[in-house]
Every structure is written in structure tokens, then in C-alpha cells.
Design a protein around this ligand. Structure first.
Ligand code: GAR
Length: 220
């Protein structure tokens, strides 16, 4: 009899379109991610990503933040949902909520986020507009482990592209999403599932070697 090996269980948390979720679903369908996409959870009932998950046969759950009196109560419900589905790793893919310190602590070293900027530049919102307005010539996206500093945990992989002269915010955001985010997030999730990327005390490691600031550089 073969020994049973536990399958790594991943939850993807979304709030909107879920195009990064789709990139991860596609990578899983191509057998690139050795894990089960066990749950897609959204705080927004209308998020299109829920439809994407259902079409891929992935279990979905809505936890509407408007149903909870405060962040602590919401995050407790989130923690409960993830425990119920025996989730090992959490992947934030456009989940537009700040997580409480307690929740972040519970998933320390087990939770990734993608952010559309070359962190540590431009944490927070409107990253594309801010890069253009600052006169930057390059922009990009970063996958990082989540810590209690918003958008500031240790980076794993970062991809960049040149901002074109006169480029609009909309064009830049589309290019970053399609040519960088959708490429680097499935790779990072694969490494997470394989146990190749880890994080401890604010430092990320790849195969136990400390990663440089900004993480692995990915070229479009
Ligand atoms: C992505 O650009 C992601 O980087 C960003 O939200 C978008 C979600 O798109 N996340 C953040 O800004 C987090 N700070 P998607 O729903 O199509 O994947």
C-alpha cells in the first residue's frame, strides 16, 4: 500500500475581478502547482472571481464584511472559515481589506500578497497613477509574504517594465497586470506549495538562502 501524502491546501482571497486568481487556476490546470485550490473566498458578494472559481469547480464562500461589527469580528470569521477548510496557505489576490495583526500572525510565513508596484515604492492605492505622476520610468509588481506592515512584507519575486512616454494610468495598470502579475504570481504560488519559499523574522528565503531586497528579479 502506498503511504498517503497530504495535499497542500490553498485558499485564494479576492474582492474583485480575480484575474490573478484565473492565472493561478490556469497554472494549476496545467499541473504546475502541486496543491489543491481548496477555497476561493470573497468579501464582496458580486466579485467576478467567484464565477471564475465556480467555473473551475473550486469551492467558494462569501464573507461580506458589512455583516460584521468590526475588523476583529470579521477576521475571526475568516480564520474560522480557513480552519474549517483545513487551509495551509493563503494567497491574497486583490483582497482589498486590511488584515488584523492577530490574523496576520496566525498565517505568518504562510500568506502571500501581490501588489502592483516595485515595493518598497508605493504601498497602498493608486500605485500606477503615483508612478506616472512621480515621473518614474519603470514600474511593476511584487509578490511578498504578508506581515502586519501593509504591503511591506519580505518580497519573493518582482517584475518590472518600462513606462511609455505619455502612458495613461489605465494602460499601465493593464500592462502590469497582464505581463507581470499574471506571470509572477503563479510562479510564487508554485514555490509556496513546493515549500521552496519561506519567511522568518521579516526575511524571505528561497531554498533556505536569504533573498535579496526586492526578491527574485523577473524579466518580462
Ligand atoms: C491587482 O492589480 C493586484 O495587484 C491589486 O489588485 C488587483 C486585483 O486584480 N492588489 C492590491 O492593490 C493589493 N494592495 P484581480 O482581481 O484582477 O486579480
Amino acid at each position: 500500500m502506498l503511504a498517503e501524502t497530504a495535499v497542500v491546501r490553498i485558499a485564494v482571497l479576492i474582492s474583485g475581478s480575480g484575474s490573478n486568481l484565473q492565472a493561478i487556476i490556469d497554472a494549476k490546470a496545467a499541473n504546475l502547482i502541486p496543491a489543491e485550490l481548496a477555497l476561493v473566498l470573497s468579501n464582496e458578494p458580486q466579485a467576478y472571481g467567484l464565477t471564475r472559481a465556480q467555473q473551475a469547480g473550486i469551492e467558494t464562500q462569501v464573507l461580506d464584511h458589512r455583516d460584521y461589527p468590526n475588523r476583529e469580528a470579521y477576521d475571526a470569521a475568516l480564520k474560522h472559515a480557513l480552519a474549517h477548510h483545513e487551509i495551509d496557505f493563503v494567497v491574497l489576490a486583490g483582497f482589498m481589506r486590511i488584515l488584523s495583526q492577530e490574523f496576520v500572525q496566525a498565517y505568518a510565513g504562510r500568506m502571500l500578497n501581490i501588489h502592483p508596484s516595485l515595493l518598497p515604492k508605493y504601498p497602498g492605492l493608486h500605485t500606477h497613477r503615483r508612478a506616472i505622476e512621480s515621473g518614474d520610468t519603470v514600474h511593476g509588481a511584487t509578490v511578498h509574504f504578508v506581515t502586519s506592515d501593509l504591503d511591506m512584507g519580505p518580497p519573493v519575486i518582482q517584475g518590472k517594465l518600462a513606462i511609455e512616454p505619455g502612458e495613461s494610468e489605465q494602460s499601465l495598470s493593464k500592462r502590469v497586470l497582464e505581463s507581470i502579475e499574471h506571470q509572477i504570481y503563479p510562479v510564487a504560488v508554485k514555490w509556496l506549495a513546493e515549500g521552496r519559499i519561506t519567511s522568518e523574522d521579516g526575511q524571505a528565503f528561497f531554498d533556505r538562502e536569504p533573498l535579496p531586497p526586492g526578491g527574485i528579479k523577473w524579466e518580462a
